[in-house]
Design a protein around this ligand. Structure first.
Ligand SMILES: *Cc1c(COP(=O)(O)O)cnc(C)c1O
Length: 458
């Protein structure tokens, strides 16, 4: 008999979680204005809101916490972190920040001016927010196949090179840099191929532009390159990372994802001028250069996390769990962005709740139904998250309307995946009875999905 797959770790500490009744959940949802961000975590059974900062640290990371150096300036933990980042990316200059959006804030304060245009594959919402709040424009050059959720293709996160070249040729003087998100979160956690990164670099060079990687899930991206792209199957994850980053000039990082820590982020770059420019903003916004927004102990744990998560076994365990969940959805016929991405299953709500018009936010409605069904908290990555057009103030219905079920790293077992899939199946089976969605009662101007207040329509 073939020996089955199993996790590359065992469990040393557990955290109890609690089930609830449908009645309780209906009340809690109402109190939360039908926005699952406003639920208390104790009201959630399986929390797939995000994989950001929700993972489990290893015994080695917890041990590293105790060794953290809390010196204000020049802490040993900073140098441990910096050396690890340099080893993985080749970038010599490192600025810690309290999380990924803070890295964006610091670096973009230096690089982005009003009227600028920043092209990329698909901007993440905070990235878009930090560009648009500076009265600049984020232009998505997403490959068209990313929109076809049922098409199986290995690298649906790629930059559309023709679209990128068009933006560059028409607006070269307004472009401060190109940003490539690896993996492409907004397009469904889809990876970007090495070939594509190489092409972006070539075009960037042609127009004299620099390239930033929004690197939250760079290790998962490297795993997919190893498994899917010709010429990489015998390379280590660390070798693949080194090559990926050789095509970039700098990175912003949310360490809460592939850094395997609960809070943290950083900027890294090969260019001293960018480092010098960002320095002026990190001190007032975040903190001194050698801690940015982080505790010494957190930098120490992050250094260990980055090393662990650039090992093949750790990534294989994670992606295997995602593939297991996706295989159950296949069995039940539930449509999701194919193939499954690195950190989440993205349910294609427009193909599930076909009776609900886009103006009534199908993905948000499905998010609400899934919570009611079994206390599972997903996240709308769709028309609400897309915010309004900054000029016309119209809702942006041009993109996809997903419910994202993000899977925290090293946190849930495959049995939890079975619960998620069964709950989805139950909602799916009664999809034709769900005919009305939700309407917005109150919303913020930017990043509205976190705080939006909704009302169910009937
Ligand atoms: C999470 C994330 C960010 C922002 O990072 P935070 O740590 O949440 O501030 C930026 N880009 C991508 C692709 C992300 O996934």
């Amino acid at each position: 008999m073939e020996i089955p797959f199993a996790e590359a770790w065992k469990i040393k500490m557990i955290e109890p979680i609690r089930k609830s009744s449908r009645e309780e959940r209906e009340k809690w949802l109402k109190d939360a204005n039908y926005n699952v961000f406003q639920l208390k975590a104790d009201q959630v059974y399986i929390d797939c809101l995000t994989d950001s900062g929700t993972g489990a640290m290893s015994d080695r990371q917890w041990a590293a916490l105790m060794m953290g150096d809390e010196s204000y300036a020049g802490a040993r933990s900073f140098y441990e972190l910096k050396d690890t980042i340099t080893e993985i990316t080749g970038f010599e200059f490192v600025i810690p920040t309290h999380q990924g959006r803070a890295a964006e804030n610091v670096l973009f304060s230096y690089l982005v001016k009003a009227g600028d245009i920043v092209p990329g594959n698909s901007h993440f919402d905070t990235t878009k927010g930090h560009i648009e709040s500076r009265k600049a424009f984020a232009v998505d050059c997403t490959v068209d196949i990313a929109k076809d959720t049922q098409l199986e293709a290995p690298f649906k996160g790629n930059v559309d090179i023709k679209k990128l070249e068009k933006v560059l040729s028409e607006n070269a003087d307004k472009i401060p840099f190109i940003i490539v998100t690896i993996t492409n979160n907004t397009a469904g956690g889809q990876p970007v191929s090495m070939e594509n990164l190489r092409e972006v670099k070539k075009i960037a060079d042609k127009y004299g532009k620099r390239v930033i990687f929004d690197s939250a899930r760079f290790a998962e991206n490297a795993y997919f390159i190893k498994m899917r792209e010709e010429g990489y199957k015998d390379k280590t994850i660390k070798e693949i990372c080194r090559e990926m980053f050789s095509y970039a000039d700098g990175m912003t990082m949310s360490a809460k994802k592939d850094g395997l820590v609960n809070m943290g982020g950083f900027i890294a770059t090969r260019w001293e001028d960018w480092y010098e420019g960002a320095k002026a903003f990190v001190i007032p916004f975040e903190g001194y250069l050698t801690y940015g927004g982080m505790n010494g102990r957190d930098m120490a744990a992050l250094a260990v996390g980055l090393k662990e998560n650039t090992e093949f076994d750790m990534l294989e365990t994670r992606i295997h769990q995602l593939e297991f969940l996706a295989s159950l959805l296949d069995e039940y016929g539930i449509p999701y962005q194919r193939p499954v991405g690195g950190h989440a299953v993205f349910i294609d709500a427009s193909k599930v709740l076909t009776k609900i018009p886009k103006e009534e936010f199908p993905a948000q409605t499905l998010t609400v139904e899934l919570y009611k069904e079994a206390g599972i908290r997903g996240c709308e990555i769709g028309y609400i998250l897309a915010d309004r057009d900054p000029v016309t103030r119209e809702n942006r219905f041009g993109g996809l309307d997903f419910v994202r079920l993000a899977i925290p790293r090293r946190t849930y077992t495959d049995n939890h995946m079975k619960v998620i899939a069964a709950a989805l199946k139950n909602v799916y089976d009664r999809r034709n009875e769900i005919t009305r969605g939700v309407e917005i009662v109150w919303e913020a101007e930017l990043m509205r999905h976190f705080t939006v207040k909704l009302r169910p329509l009937s």
